[in-house]
Write a protein that binds this ligand. Sequence first.
Ligand code: SF4
Length: 315
Amino acid sequence: MSCSLFQIAELDEDRHFELSDYQGPVARWCSGCGDHSVLTSVQRVLAEADAIPERTVFVSGIGCSSRFPHYLRTYGFHGIHGRALPLATGVKLSRPDLDVWVVMGDGDCISIGAGHWIHAVRYNVDMTALMLDNNIYGLTKKQTSPTTPQGYSSNTQPYGSWLPPMNPLEATLGVTNASFVAQTAEWLPAHLFSTLRAAHEHRGFSWVRILQRCPHFTADIFGDAVKDPSRVELLVHDDGITAPGLDRIIEHRTAHDPSDIDAARRLAEESDRLRLGLFFRDESRPRYEETRHLPHLTVDDKLAALEKELDRHAV
Ligand code: SF4
């Protein structure tokens, strides 16, 4: 029996999934690694959204967090260093029906992948991009990354990182056409889950920086904030991210309207506290896939166009 696309879509609407439908093999990250927490939250977001596993794709680059696709029972593409975003963009442009997620580390996204990061924000293709920021290259054993604190000793700079760290929030908010920018921390699972859900629901390119513990190499970097919630400050607003149960834990709050890009840029500047929440959201920003108006081409059409193009170079 064959089904039309319309019939398949109707069948999909009747399907419901459990958390276990997204859970792959046991993750091989170190014990206590913040990546475990992010993986669980992502699986919960997928389950709550009833995301169809075979229409969901996780694309990653290289790094500890880039092992993400292996631990999910969805489609996945473990790509090459710094190139997760162009790979994911290609997937989304050729299959706009797919739900595309991108998982990168700090080195992957804002060092070798920096050019792709800036332009992915500008192109605003409808995807959910997560940057798990542990302030170090973990997979390659403690090398300085762009977000390593100044003076922090690593295997590449044993006398301390020479330069002040990049501020990826400020940089992302400075890119023309940014449409969703948020920051959360993996040790606050309620906030993490609410942030990932909001990012997933956003139509456009959602970019989330997740502060992530690496107990193996940078245990001390976020250690104070984990033990002392007064080091954290929440951005709050009716249109922002609300996380149940945090009222009793985190006392510092700042009202911030996420439609105000100027205020978002000011709040993204360095502060004594870690600011978490939705910095900016604007769903009216143009999305590349809408502005391109790509014609629908069959496989035969594409092959014919490719042959024609190649024939131009025949000698
Ligand atoms: Fe996690 Fe750090 Fe271990 Fe990598 S090295 S798996 S980031 S704890």
